[in-house]
Design a binder for this molecule. Structure first.
Ligand code: MV4
Length: 662
């Protein structure tokens, strides 16, 4: 087995490969771009080399640099992951030419599957079922029209050089064929530099079912069940699952054996995926073959109990397949959701930013998170904005879906928009639970998936206010001593029903809040709607009762920016603090009230060492909050008032002794 490999990739797949390699005692060399200097995969590797500037063309696609680093570091093999150079025949050849094992298929197999029509010719010879149609080299329009008539309508014109849904055009009857063909040829010439078309009967409600295959260097081949990847948006997979719901054992066997035959037809080695269109009548047709480990391979790992990266490493090192076909069993059901930094409310445009706050679901036998980021990382414009893959497993699909919904609700990301809410709505939707799966799923259920959050802003802000109050309480001195006079708000208040104001901004709108502390909680009034609220906060978890409804939410308060996390959705609002210019404060050791007002927070206690500018007391006056800050480094010697006290203009609030002169 290899003692050292280089991972020519980044993000979650690089981390994932390193995890398995380390488990097998293999040392790992990472490569990174300037944008990934502090990336998780670099930290996980045993050593790492800088490739160059952030753009992929100057880093992760620089085959020459990657090979140099492999040779310099003594790596015996390179794992390409997916994307980047994973299906680059020149790179695969260059590895072998430098006596470095390419952990993937032979370059010839990559080339064979690189062209749609060549792939179809190979599959035809291997008796792999193709969608009825024409994929010949003769592109004479009259011949194509005759083939279209033979095929029948509706039919699909597909650009041979196209892919991923690009260059497809539906033709519904012969009368429009000639014009449609000419248009499709023009588009294909412009987009791919090749006008050649193939014709296929159009399947109106197909599912995307793909078979995981593995072949070793001794000519053995197996299939590891299938994955259903029908839930896609604009040809991007959103949720994948294994096994395919409703697929019979007979069909599984037929598809699996067909996929292995397809792999053997091109002398395949390593992990591969044969994609099929699965029609409503149970028939299936070859679509394409991917000559790499797929993003969604974890769902196959979860139902088979196999580590596919370990299989890749062993096979690349010349070992035979770890299992024979009859030894491969599947159990339960797995789902994968791709968590993206994107804005579903803005046409899923990718977003960039810093992951200021990141809490992932607890991992266990049922929940797995494959990610390449940690809290504080940047999501940049340079690479795919996938934050993580969330994979769940359970004994059956219904329980697996419940796991997924709960895990998505526990996946909390602050600092940028994500598709988590969208994923949760999709996974929990009735059509999805009822297995109404076909490639048009998202389009068909668009309204259901984009339902606006019904929770009114006022109750959201009451929750946000409660979170802030509990946070302040936690930062008060003596918070652990319930009997401390600093916590007995009522007895220290000069008049009973002091109402503290607060102001929130949601979007462009300002919302006035007033808070009256009661015996067991608060009356929080938001825009004249009053809520009775009591809560306890531990870390970022708020257990709250609002108007008798007990619920559990999480929050993240960064300065004035508040994010509430609830059922997979985020609610964002900003505290609007009216502050005055602290320079008005008197100099010297004691700090006085700038005007009549009330103490709303005491953040320091006698004996505490403080830094210049540190907030010691917050008071409210004239609907403004005033932060009383330490005028210099020193030690707090006295705090004269407590929360709820009313103070007069000029009253000394706190005394700070300067640091003893050295
Ligand atoms: C099809 C089809 C219906 N009939 N071919 C989309 C991209 C490429 N993977 C092939 N695709 C399709 N080919 C015939 N004859 C419908 C699709 C298709 C699709 C296929 C799989 C997964 C998602 C899809 C989304 C739209 C269309």
């Amino acid at each position: 087995m290899f003692s050292k490999i280089l991972i020519a990739n980044r993000g979650e797949i690089a981390c994932r490969v390193i995890q398995t390699a380390h488990r097998l005692g293999i040392r790992c060399v990472a490569v990174y771009s300037e944008a990934d200097r502090n990336a998780r995969h670099v930290a996980m590797a045993d050593e790492a080399f800088l490739l160059g500037p952030a753009p992929s063309s100057e880093s992760y696609l620089r085959a020459d640099k990657i090979l140099q680093i492999a040779l310099k570091s003594g790596a015996q093999a390179i794992h390409p992951g997916y994307g980047f150079l994973s299906e680059n025949t020149e790179f695969a050849n260059a590895c072998e030419a430098n006596d470095i094992a390419f952990i993937g298929p032979p370059a010839s197999a990559i080339a064979a599957m690189g062209s749609k029509s060549a792939a179809k010719d190979i599959m035809l010879k291997a008796d792999v079922p193709l969608v009825p149609g024409y994929h010949g080299a003769d592109q004479d329009p009259a011949l194509l029209k005759a083939e279209a008539e033979k095929c029948g309508f509706p039919l699909l014109l597909k650009a041979i050089a196209g892919g991923g849904g690009k260059g497809m055009r539906v033709v519904t009857h012969i009368g429009e064929f000639t014009e449609a063909l000419a248009a499709a040829q023009r588009e294909s010439q412009n987009a791919f530099g090749n006008p050649d078309m193939l014709i296929e009967r159009y399947l109106t409600k197909p599912r995307h079912v793909e078979i995981q295959v593995f072949c070793d260097k001794q000519g053995n081949g197996v299939y590891l069940a299938e994955r259903d990847c029908s839930v896609q948006r604009r040809h991007q997979k959103v949720i994948e699952e294994a096994p395919a719901p409703g697929l019979s054992d007979e069909t599984r066997k037929a598809m699996g054996e067909t996929a292995v035959a397809a792999a053997k037809a091109i002398d395949y080695v390593g992990a591969g995926t044969v994609e099929f269109l699965y029609d409503e009548d149970g028939s299936f047709y070859f679509m394409e073959m991917n000559t790499r480990l797929q993003v969604e391979h974890p769902v196959t790992e979860m139902i088979t109990g196999q580590d596919l990266v370990e299989w890749q490493l062993r096979i690349a090192d010349g070992e035979p397949l770890p299992l024979q076909q009859e030894q491969i069993q599947i159990r339960g059901h797995a789902l994968e959701a791709r968590v993206y930094a994107e804005d579903p409310d803005n046409d899923f445009l990718p977003v960039t930013g810093t992951l200021h706050y990141l809490r992932t679901p607890d991992e266990n036998a049922h929940v797995r998170v494959d990610t390449g980021v940690i809290e504080g990382d940047e999501v940049s414009v340079y690479y795919d904005p996938m934050i993580a893959k969330l994979i769940v497993w359970d004994e059956d699909r219904e329980q697996a879906i419940n796991r997924m919904v709960h895990a998505l609700e526990s996946y909390r990301i602050g600092g940028m928009k994500t598709n988590i809410r969208f994923l949760r709505q999709l996974a929990d939707s009735k059509p999805f639970r009822d297995q109404e799966l076909d490639t048009g799923f998202i389009e068909k259920h668009n309204d259901l998936l984009f339902q606006k959050d019904k929770t009114d802003i006022q109750s959201q802000l009451a929750l946000a206010t409660s979170y802030v109050l509990e946070t302040e309480r936690q930062t008060q001195p003596n918070k652990d001593d319930p009997d401390s006079p600093f916590n007995l708000q009522t007895s220290w208040r000069l008049n009973a029903n002091y109402s503290r104001p607060m102001e929130w901004v949601v979007g462009e709108d300002h919302h006035q809040v007033s808070i009256v502390e009661q015996q067991n909680g608060y009356d929080i009034t938001v825009d004249n709607v009053t809520f009775k609220v009591s809560a306890t906060l531990s870390d970022d978890h708020l257990r709250v009762v609002i108007n008798g409804h007990r619920l559990s939410i999480h929050g993240h308060l960064a300065g004035n920016d508040m994010t509430l996390f609830r059922e997979g959705q985020q609610f964002q609002c900003q505290l609007f603090r009216h502050t005055f210019d602290e320079s008005d404060q008197s100099a010297g050791g004691s700090l006085t009230a700038p005007m009549n007002g009330a103490i709303v927070a005491v953040l320091a206690e006698a004996g505490q060492i403080v830094k210049q500018g540190e907030t010691l007391v917050i008071m409210e006056a004239m609907k403004m909050e005033h932060s009383i800050r330490a005028p210099h480094d020193g030690t707090v010697t006295e705090v004269y008032f407590a929360v709820g006290d009313l103070v007069s203009d000029g009253a000394a609030l706190v005394a700070v002794a300067p640091v003893e002169e050295a």
